[in-house]
Write a protein that binds this ligand. Structure first.
Ligand SMILES: Cc1cc2nc3c(=O)[nH]c(=O)nc-3n(C[C@H](O)[C@H](O)[C@H](O)COP(=O)(O)OP(=O)(O)OC[C@H]3O[C@@H](n4cnc5c(N)ncnc54)[C@H](O)[C@@H]3O)c2cc1C
Length: 282
């Protein structure tokens, strides 16, 4: 069992991971090896004290260097569910499960909004993991909503199982070769169903499906963890970055504006120290 699971590898996650490592906590850290595509995007950073006029790429390079020097490694898996087991938390990522005594959410803000109705059908037709759930849709009709070209291999995998895949790419330069993939350059405005999801609703039409795969680099906080207090898409925290669930903390953009490096790094630090105190009391 890990002491702490950190979900997210942007500046908030980096800050939490560094502080927990210094305090010798046993951590599992989920995210991307390149840390955060978003954090790389700034053309010129002028508001980070002490680092005047560096680019986002230079900033992330410095973070990566620090992380490497401390021997920290990122587990490159998207966490799709966090479950409160009483004394610890269970985490689902890819087709693996992990256990940790505390969790820090450093999720950033979502790449795309959830589709209306999506959260109601998680586990009842909506899936975030092709590897885990693809086999359930062998010979069936599915929708695949995808935010990034780097997940196209998962689309091809789903097409190899499904009868028809209605692929909705939210990026340019789509290149899916499977003959049973039907590309739709539109996002559904809603998903509907009864006990299970059965339809994608578009502006002027609807398509009947047995399931919807949502392939994206982040999961909305409310979908990730049932019972988490989320307001207008942001995780509600107090000054020590505690959420309403004992043992769950949050930091960075996912807790609200301003969306800035200094806030993300500061909150990552606060959350790490709050977790250390929580573990000590435990
Ligand atoms: C174009 C642009 C310019 C900017 N310029 C500035 C600037 O000049 N100054 C400034 O202060 N800020 C700037 N920002 C904002 C800054 O980039 C963000 O505030 C900062 O990156 C937030 O860090 P974070 O760690 O909260 O989230 P992020 O950097 O978004 O990192 C979140 C990470 O968590 C991962 N993740 C999310 N969910 C999961 C999951 N379920 N499982 C596994 N991994 C997950 C994501 O893939 C991502 O890698 C800019 C942003 C943009 C887009």
């Amino acid at each position: 069992m890990y002491d702490v699971a950190i979900i997210g590898s942007g500046p908030a996650g980096v800050s939490a991971a560094i502080n927990l490592k210094i305090h010798n906590k046993k951590i599992i850290w989920f995210g991307n090896a390149d840390l955060s595509k978003k954090a790389e995007k700034a053309e010129l950073i002028q508001n980070y004290p002490g680092l005047n006029e560096v680019t986002g790429k230079q900033f992330v390079w410095a973070l990566k260097n620090h992380v490497d020097q401390m021997g920290l490694t990122v587990t490159e898996e998207l966490v799709t569910g966090v479950y409160d087991m009483g004394e610890y938390f269970g985490l689902m990522a890819k087709d693996n499960t992990y256990e940790a005594k505390a969790v820090i959410l450093c999720l950033g803000v979502e790449e795309i909004k959830t589709v209306k109705g999506e959260e109601n059908f998680v586990g009842r037709g909506v899936s975030y993991c092709a590897t885990c759930d693809g086999f359930l849709y062998k010979g069936k009709k599915i929708g695949v909503l995808c935010t990034d070209k780097r997940y196209e291999y998962e689309i091809e995998y789903l097409c190899s199982l499904a009868d028809t895949a209605y692929v909705m790419p939210i990026y340019k330069g789509v290149n899916v070769t499977a003959p049973n993939a039907k590309i739709i350059m539109q996002m559904p405005k809603e998903v509907k169903g009864g006990l299970k999801l059965n339809a994608l609703i578009f502006k002027d039409s609807q398509i009947e499906v047995d399931g919807l795969f949502v392939l994206k680099g982040a999961i909305s906080p409310a979908t990730l963890m049932r019972g988490l207090n989320v307001e207008e898409g942001h995780v509600v925290v107090d000054r020590s970055c505690k959420t309403n669930i004992k043992g769950v903390f949050a930091a960075g953009d996912c807790t609200g504006r301003p969306y800035q490096y200094a806030k993300a790094i500061g909150e990552g630090n606060v959350a790490a120290h709050a977790v250390i105190e929580y573990l000590a009391k435990k």
